[in-house]
Design a binder for this molecule. Structure first.
Ligand code: DP6
Length: 378
């Protein structure tokens, strides 16, 4: 963590202060700029091995692995300006698609509070954050991963403009670290096409604090892998992820689940390299159903799948059996179904989706996405 605390010449002071846990010294005189603007676009990601269960602060109980997506993105810009009067608290205005969105501000303030020890400039500037998503409103697609990762990267870039001394690689790591403090899964959206978050014995460099890219060459069948998101329920989530994660404390199957996830990650790591698609399907579908099984067996228990979720899963299984096309599904903490398949089967699978699954989507809506490389400067 030392590396990502550095800013300009003051790095030693800050690292020391961090270790001692004392108040930070002002760095006013060191800023290279008084104002500026940065902008990044960050994608969503879909976990194949799921993160479900965390301990303070935002540390995962098991390692998770995800595909970084391309099309489902958040675009965020931040305009920053030196504050004349340094009042109490942060000065943040949040706009969503150009319009003030007051309901979001408490969330951003909580995020700023959490990351303040690692971003020492936050109190010295006023920020106008402008954000928009490329996917439809309330599509049930979580915007927290793309939103928090874009925001985190913007802040790291601002720190850099102000005189930070981190290398490009360290800035990426820091963005993932900060994004995690906003929303756990967000740390996996900074890079692509596959990232791993959570300390795992067999994954070199893996950490509970930030995500790392999958270090091996992936089999050609997984390159450009497709993810078509079938939008089933566009309503507000019944249970927030944070509440769901907390229900893993004292959950009767928690220990076994965390061990299973780590074992699945190990197996999946080999599969991604050797291209064994039958095993891929088995791990991915089992992970999705186990995630929902954890929700159904917690106290209180809940079911996020809808009747159409189950119908679609059955249709996918039938189609796979009849045609031999290696299509499979995964789920996140909601009713939507992510249909995963190799790029070479795109035409056939999209025809199947149009013919059999689209009618079960809300307003026939689905989103065609595929593997991507992560964050981009705008
Ligand atoms: C089911 O990252 O949304 O999508 O850390 O509380 O913000 P918080 O939770 P979040 O949880 C994601 C859970 C999941 C699985 C996954 O993405 O690994």
């Amino acid at each position: 963590m030392k590396s990502i605390l550095n800013i300009g010449q003051s790095k030693l002071i800050f690292v020391e202060n961090f270790i001692l846990g004392t108040t930070y010294r002002s760095i006013d005189s060191l800023y290279k700029k008084d104002q500026g603007k940065v902008a990044f676009t960050a994608p969503s990601n879909i976990a194949l091995v799921k993160y479900w269960g965390k301990r303070p602060v935002q540390l995962p109980e098991n390692a998770s692995l995800s595909f970084t997506l391309s099309e489902c993105r958040t675009e965020t810009s931040i305009t920053y300006k030196r504050r004349k009067d340094k009042g109490v608290g942060f000065s943040i205005a949040f706009l969503f698609e150009g319009e003030p969105k007051l309901s979001f501000e408490p969330k951003i303030h909580t995020f700023f509070d959490r990351i303040a020890p690692y971003c020492l400039f936050l109190n010295d500037f006023e920020f106008i954050i402008n954000s928009k998503n490329t996917f439809p409103h309330s599509s049930g697609i979580a915007s927290s991963a793309s939103g928090m990762s874009a925001l985190a990267m913007c802040l790291v870039e601002i720190e850099n403009e102000l005189g930070g001394s981190l290398s490009a690689e360290e800035r990426i790591e820091k963005a993932s670290f900060l994004a995690r403090l906003g929303s756990g899964s967000a740390c996996r959206s900074i890079e692509g096409p596959i990232t791993i978050w959570g300390k795992h014995q067999k994954i070199k460099g893996s950490s509970d604090e930030f995500a790392v890219p999958f270090e091996h060459e992936i089999a050609s069948v997984f390159k450009n892998y497709q993810d078509t998101v079938l939008l089933i329920d566009k309503g507000e989530k019944q249970v927030s992820s944070t509440v769901g994660h907390n229900l893993m404390h004292g959950h009767p199957f928690a220990k076994t689940r965390f061990e299973q996830a780590n074992a699945n990650l190990d197996k999946l790591s080999s599969v991604l390299q050797n291209g064994d698609i039958a095993q891929f399907i088995e791990i991915v579908e089992s992970e999705a159903l186990t995630l929902h099984a954890m929700m159904m067996t917690s106290l209180p228990y809940f079911i996020l799948m809808k009747p159409n979720t189950l119908e679609m899963i059955n249709s996918i299984w039938n189609y796979r059996k009849e045609t031999g096309v290696p299509v499979c599904f995964t789920l996140d903490a909601g009713a939507n179904v992510h249909v995963l398949y190799p790029e070479k089967d795109k035409e056939a699978v999209l025809a199947f989706i149009e013919a059999e699954l689209a009618e079960k989507c809300q307003n026939r809506q689905y989103i065609c996405d595929y593997l991507g490389i992560g964050i981009k400067k705008m």
